[in-house]
Design a protein around this ligand. Structure first.
Ligand code: FAD
Length: 479
């Protein structure tokens, strides 16, 4: 006879692990199925900047905050385009999620909580991160997960992909079909099936299909396939959120034509950290945004309006010599090699040659740079209102680096109700089927903006809350 459980959790990543930990702790019989050979999902690469209000660490630093203020801030940044009832739940769980990590020995970056400017800034210092990004989260969650999986009421299947959901005649989900590495399939019967399968930022075809035909430029792992979302749709679920896509500002593609962004080697583009010395031009050679505008949301929207969401950072020999590093994550030998042979690093003796190499019209690029230089030299305001303009772009050789808006999390996902039940188009729940984490779609909690920390914290928080709930315990009532 096949395995029969109370809760089958598909995906042992950011959301799936805490879901399993709490469900096992509360006594449910649990199976966790993970397609990869390792657990952890996106935590292996995520910066895991997490937002949570009312955490003990915030209180101990005298920062007054609560979930309602956090909720208001999310509604402000997302311009009311998120799913407010779920953001309410996420913000209610945020502080206790941070406390849970702290109790498990999480190594906070000492500067946290902080106001972060990589995404649109909150009004209060409520963003936390670890000394090693997502790996700091994994370091404390993994032992809890391992010990849960060692309990007699738990089963963990690695290298095992869930390829179908089993449904009763009335549509209720009753189990899953699991395919092992050897191709053999087994059915696991489950009272509740939780899709914790992540987003689709590793799959260019689904990204185009679910995100308005866009081309993928991504820092996500290949395991972010979107296959779990597809399972929910096949069971009667509804996709939403793709219209809310906003690229993150910005990264260097590993190679032209490829979709991977060099995530560990991001350029320093946050004006609050490093004021820009370079000029950003489109593929046509025109400026498209005030490079030092405070709001990253404004920069991301300007980038999103470009059909290819790409720009070139253009500068000259003197800026390269004198400016603080634009590429702090690059070693000297890596940079030297990039300028010699990386197709996204262009160096040329004249602006005309530079234009030719980056594929834009030389007269247009010349006019753009002349407009910038002339205003600077004559003490007139910058044409786009920029304030940081330390030097003109005048000394050969000229340089340009190609940068793209990038995917960290994908916007589309399964529509759920406040109980995290996957719902049909008419709003009725598909009994027995739940979704958490990025499978909900990043836009659910961020709307048409990128709200900092509103992926990892809710993935952990919803995971814990749902795992306990499916085993008969409400963490919010218990608090
Ligand atoms: C580079 C990068 C930086 C980021 N930085 C931040 C940040 O600072 N703050 C923030 O809040 N968010 C950030 N994010 C987003 C955030 O990390 C993710 O949204 C979140 O971790 C996703 O959690 P998840 O549990 O939904 O998915 P994952 O953690 O990806 O877990 C999903 C798991 O499901 C497995 N799986 C998928 N399909 C199947 C299947 N059919 N059968 C079995 N297993 C399956 C996968 O292998 C994977 O292990 C970042 C993302 C990236 C890529």
């Amino acid at each position: 006879m096949g395995l029969s459980v109370d809760v089958a959790i598909v995906g042992a990543g950011t959301a799936g692990m805490p879901c399993a930990i709490e469900a096992v702790r509360a006594g449910a019989k649990v199976a966790v199925i993970e397609q990869a050979e390792r657990i952890g999902g996106a935590l292996h690469v995520s910066a895991a900047q997490m937002s949570g209000a009312g955490a003990k660490r915030q209180k101990s630093r005298g920062i007054a905050d609560d979930w309602r203020t956090h909720l208001d801030d999310v509604l402000r940044i997302s311009r009311g385009t998120c799913q407010a009832d779920l953001v309410e739940l996420a913000t209610q769980l945020g502080g206790s999620t941070i406390d849970w990590l702290e109790e498990a020995g999480f190594e906070f970056d000492p500067v946290t909580p902080a106001i972060l400017h990589f995404h649109e800034a909150y009004r209060t210092a409520r963003t936390f991160w670890g000394v090693a990004g997502g790996r700091s989260v994994l370091k404390v969650v993994k032992p809890l997960f391992d010990s849960a999986m060692a309990q007699p009421n738990a089963t963990l299947l690695l290298n095992s992909e869930v390829v179908a959901l089993r449904q009763a005649k009335d549509g209720a989900v009753t189990g899953i079909v699991v395919r092992g590495k050897d191709g053999a399939e087994q059915t696991i019967t489950a009272k509740h099936v939780v899709l914790a399968t992540g987003g689709y930022g590793g799959n260019a075809e689904r990204f185009a299909r679910w995100t308005g035909g866009r081309k993928l430029h991504t820092a996500a792992l290949p395991t972010a396939t979107g296959a779990g979302i597809e399972l929910g749709l096949a069971a009667g679920g509804v996709l939403r959120g793709g219209e809310h896509y906003l690229p993150t500002f910005a990264g260097i593609p590993a190679q032209s034509g490829g979709h991977q962004i060099l995530w560990d080697q991001l350029p320093s583009l946050t004006p609050q950290v490093r004021a820009p010395w370079e000029v950003f031009v489109t593929s046509q050679g025109k400026r498209f945004v005030r490079e030092d505008v405070d709001s990253v949301d404004a920069r991301e929207r300007a980038l999103n309006a470009l059909p290819d969401a790409l720009f070139w950072a253009v500068f000259d020999a003197r800026i390269w010599r004198e400016a603080p590093p634009l590429l702090p994550g690059w070693k000297a030998d890596e940079l030297a090699a990039a300028w010699q042979s990386h197709e996204n690093f262009v160096i040329a003796p004249t602006l005309e040659d530079l234009a030719k190499r980056i594929g834009c019209d030389a007269a247009t690029l010349n006019a753009t740079i002349a407009g910038y230089n002339d205003a600077l030299r004559s003490g007139k305001p910058d044409p786009l209102g920029r304030e940081s303009r330390p030097l003109p772009i005048a000394e050969a050789p000229f340089r340009a680096i190609r940068m793209h808006g990038m995917v960290l999390k994908t916007p589309s996902g399964l529509t759920v109700d406040r109980a995290l039940r996957v719902v049909r188009a008419d709003g009725s729940p598909i009994h027995g089927l739940y979704a958490i984490g990025e499978a909900l779609g990043g836009a659910t909690l961020s709307g048409n903006a990128f709200v900092g920390g509103m992926s990892v914290t809710p993935a952990l928080g919803f995971g814990r809350w749902l795992g306990a709930k499916l085993a008969g315990r409400d963490l919010l009532e218990a608090a």
